[in-house]
Write a protein of this length. Structure first.
Lengths: 132, 743
């Protein structure tokens, strides 16, 4: 899988939003294609499923959906590619991927279901951390 | 170039020594500044300055003139200062803003004058004088900065370092050592001593004080502290000359409850803390100025921490409360903060074992149960270490649930919270020094409040005040008259049939101290009314003097009574179905019914946990900001020094969260909001670091028609070293208990 990454270069800037959009989809497909090998490298079978990782990647991309400047999109894609390469090259460790993409930034408690509706900010902070 | 060096050159030139010996000879010559070598000549050159800059006293000290006409004027380095008669030269220099180096002198101990470090030059005196022992005389011209004084210090330093080991890198005092600092400031840059240093056998002073006696410089501060302040004749000087050493005569431990203070007063590393030995260096510690909660005195302490760990506790100066001493319990219980901690919310399963759960689940379980019981079957007990904020929240929460059965342990079945003078120390701790007769009723201040006892001892020593004591035989470390053991004696005194009653009536400032152990007695009201009769006869309460005191036992008691944590009746625990223990470990849990649901909220897995169904982990006093009221009514706050362990939360936050889950939400969600709620109940709790005296005296109290019983007063604190959940978890305190309380 890693063969295409060996000769990774900084591409010339996208000329239009259309081209940037195309590159974004290419990046997403590339990431999706590398998910099985990442699962194997980091032993993630019992922690997460490929579809969960795919949706994490998708949500990371959607997080920047408001960006319209092609240059900024190129920059973000470059950073994303860098991150992906780090994972594929085994430059990261297992806890990095688990911490950032499996558990996510919200911490271990993620069951913000309907039962938390209508509680005060105080109680939300109380459940979340001891420093509030 | 010094004279010594010049001399050796001349010798060399004259050919009297071989060049081969030259280097060794050079090394032996002490090189010092020319002024020091030729002190008299340099003195003649020094001209007194006419316009000196204004200096302020050392440490911002203020001078108190008992008689303004007794003021005398002395000149320190040419600068005139007015001082009261009887002050020493050293004190005069301090007021003039000159800090004199010293080892043996300590302002709270008697003057020994044996280290000679404080030598200064006085005009018209043939030799330099030891300023700590020399009374200042009118018109005295003191010179602290002259070559003679500097040379004298340099010489004394050299003598002291002669027998002091060079083990600063492995010495626990390193970095906060007076000898280290002063040898840097006043010492010579090399020594002339080549013989071997003396060594002294280390003494075993018990589990608290580590001794390295070779480091001792014989300042005798510890000997004077033990005999004068602590009141134990344990330490003394043995031998003479270079064989002189500090010791305990025969092999024995130091059994004072204030023994840890010798660590602070030791100017070198001879006496250091045993639990702290080799644990940390003082410059890597973060100091947090907070207060102690192990007794009702509220001693001012500094918690020294490194990262998340409390490394040691040292006293902080507060003239009104603990001066500069703290008791051994306060100083050494901190290792209990690391053991037996509760760090996760837990629910007891059907198999009787605790299972860690999330806060969400634990709160939900408790909220469900509290709605299934009748309001008057709900009981809340605040523990000894609770802060005012959490007690306020607990009371508000239980009141919202429809119950008023909330109290603080130690306050007894029917506490009197109406008249504040009935539960605080009205004389104030520093005010005890003005008293000339003490009557201790059912209290052993030495174990209940060691710092109050030190104050009484100070008074007895200074003014020969008489002490009468009613209670079980005990070991008070000052002269006292054991009047009896039971309340009958009080009646005799009240009716004037006892010889001590005339002592009380003839006293100028009589002082009665009733122990808080009396609160637990059934005839509590009767005893208080007898004591009030005695107070009336002896005019203990006057507009200018209030000598009727209650000595409390626990840090939480006074604040609980200020906030009105009083139960409807004392027998509620037997008929309860839901018990909320907020750090309460000394409740009689055998009385709790089998089917009652017990919630324990606290920081240590102590007695309360054994019966608990649900555990809420809370933060200890070193990890939270809380308001405490001490026995004299002084409001102080703790300051968080270290982070909370595990998933624990602050006490008042737990109750606030529980109230919301239970559907009876408390209307405050920040510390300032809960404090403004406290203001509406007890406004004095917001005046931090201020003693709020009681406004009304006991005379407003309705008369009690109870009869005093015949049961003698009991010992309230059986084990000085282990009184609450933190100290019971401490290993050092357990060692002290086995080694020092050998009764």
């Amino acid at each position: 899988m890693a063969h295409w990454m060996k000769n990774l270069k900084v591409q010339p800037n996208s000329t239009s939003l259309e081209e940037a959009r195309k590159r974004t989809f290419e990046f997403f497909r590339l990431a999706c294609r590398s998910i099985p090998s990442i699962m194997e490298i980091y032993n993630l079978q019992d922690v997460v499923s490929p579809s969960q990782l795919r949706s994490t990647v998708a949500s990371q991309i959607r997080k920047n959906s408001h960006v319209t400047n092609p240059k900024v999109i190129d920059m973000l894609l470059f950073k994303g590619m860098e991150e992906l390469k780090n994972f594929v090259d085994h430059a990261k460790q297992r806890h990095h991927i688990i911490g950032q993409y499996v558990v996510g930034r919200k911490g271990l408690v993620q069951d913000l279901g309907p039962k938390d509706e209508g509680i005060s900010n105080f109680l939300k902070n109380f459940y979340n951390s001891k420093y509030s | 170039m010094g004279l010594g060096l010049l001399a050796s050159r001349t010798l060399l030139r004259s050919g009297k020594i071989q060049p081969g010996n030259f280097t060794s000879l050079l090394r032996r010559c002490i090189v010092s500044t020319t002024e020091l070598q030729n002190a008299e000549a340099a003195q003649a050159q020094a001209q007194p300055d006419t316009d000196l800059p204004k200096r302020s006293p050392v440490g911002g000290a203020r001078v108190h003139f008992p008689n303004p006409e007794d003021a005398i004027e002395v000149f320190v380095d040419g600068y005139p200062v007015k001082i009261p008669k009887g002050m020493t030269v050293l004190q005069a220099c301090e007021i003039a803003g000159v800090d004199i180096p010293r080892f043996c002198y300590h302002s709270r101990l008697s003057i020994a004058g044996n280290c000679r470090m404080c030598l200064v030059e006085v005009e018209k005196s043939p030799k330099p004088v030891a300023s700590c022992a020399m009374p200042a005389l009118p018109g005295m011209k003191i010179k602290t900065d002259t070559p003679i004084a500097k040379k004298a210090r340099e010489g004394v330093m050299e003598f002291l370092l002669m027998n002091h080991p060079l083990d600063c890198p492995i010495c626990d005092q390193g970095g906060e050592c007076d000898l280290q600092d002063q040898s840097m400031a006043f010492g010579s840059d090399r020594g002339r001593f080549t013989e071997t240093k003396r060594s002294v056998v280390d003494k075993n002073l018990g589990p608290l004080v580590k001794t390295v006696m070779t480091r001792c410089i014989q300042c005798t501060r510890c000997v004077r502290f033990a005999t004068e302040i602590a009141g134990v004749q344990d330490l003394g000087m043995l031998g003479r000359g270079s064989g002189e050493e500090i010791g305990t005569y025969v092999e024995r431990l130091m059994t004072s409850e204030l023994s840890g203070n010798v660590i602070d007063i030791c100017p070198v590393g001879a006496l250091t803390s045993k639990p702290f030995a080799f644990k940390a260096r003082n410059w890597e510690l973060k100091g947090t100025e907070t207060i102690d909660v192990t007794d009702a005195v509220g001693s001012n302490i500094r918690i020294d921490s490194r990262g998340p760990e409390v490394m040691r506790i040292v006293p902080r100066l507060n003239e009104d409360i603990n001066e500069e001493w703290i008791s051994d319990k306060t100083r050494f219980f901190y290792d209990g903060l690391k053991r037996q901690r509760l760090n996760d919310p837990m629910i007891r399963g059907p198999d009787g074992r605790f299972k860690a759960v999330s806060w969400r689940d634990a709160l939900a379980v408790v909220a469900e149960v509290i709605h299934q019981v009748k309001p008057d079957e709900i009981v809340g007990v605040a523990g000894k270490l609770s802060d005012a904020e959490s007690m306020m929240a607990l009371k508000d929460f239980l009141n919202k649930m429809g119950s008023n059965n909330v109290w603080c342990e130690g306050n007894g079945p029917n506490p009197n919270a109406d008249i504040r003078s009935g539960y605080i120390m009205n004389t104030s701790i520093s005010g005890l020094e003005k008293a000339d007769v003490f009557l201790l009723v059912g209290t052993q201040p030495r174990v209940e409040a060691a710092m109050v006892n030190a104050r009484i001892r100070k008074t007895v020593r200074a003014t020969q005040a008489k002490v009468g004591y009613v209670g079980p035989a005990t070991d008070l470390n000052y002269d006292h008259e054991h009047l009896g053991t039971g309340p009958q004696i009080l009646k005799e005194i009240a009716e004037g049939r006892h010889p001590f009653s005339s002592t009380l009536t003839n006293a100028k400032n009589p002082c009665i101290i009733v122990g808080a152990g009396v609160f637990e007695r059934n005839d509590k009201d009767a005893i208080f009314s007898v004591v009030e009769t005695i107070a009336g006869r002896a005019k203990v309460v006057r507009p200018d003097w209030n000598g009727l005191n209650v000595l409390l036992l626990n840090a939480a008691q006074a604040a609980a009574l200020d906030l009105g944590l009083i139960p409807d009746s004392g027998k509620k625990i037997e008929s309860s179905k839901f018990i909320y223990l907020m750090g309460a470990d000394d409740v009689n849990l055998e009385k709790v019914p089998e089917d009652a649901f017990v919630v324990y909220q606290g920081h240590h897995g102590d007695r309360g946990v054994y019966r608990a169904n649900v555990i809420f982990p809370a933060s200890a006093f070193s990890e939270k900001e809380g308001t405490y009221v001490n026995t004299e009514g002084c409001v102080q706050t703790t300051v968080p020094a270290v982070p909370t362990v595990g998933d624990a939360r602050d006490d008042w936050k737990i109750i606030r969260a529980l109230s919301e889950v239970a559907g009876a939400c408390l209307p405050y969600d920040s510390l300032s909001a809960i404090r403004s709620r406290m203001r509406t109940v007890a406004p004095n709790l917001l005046n931090i670091d201020e003693r709020q005296p009681a406004t009304f005296s006991y005379s407003l109290k309705p008369e009690s028609h109870q009869e005093t019983g015949t049961v003698p007063f009991g010992t309230v604190v059986e084990n000085f070293y282990m009184t609450d959940s933190i100290t019971r978890a401490s290993k050092v305190m357990a060692q002290c208990r086995t080694l020092l309380l050998k009764i």
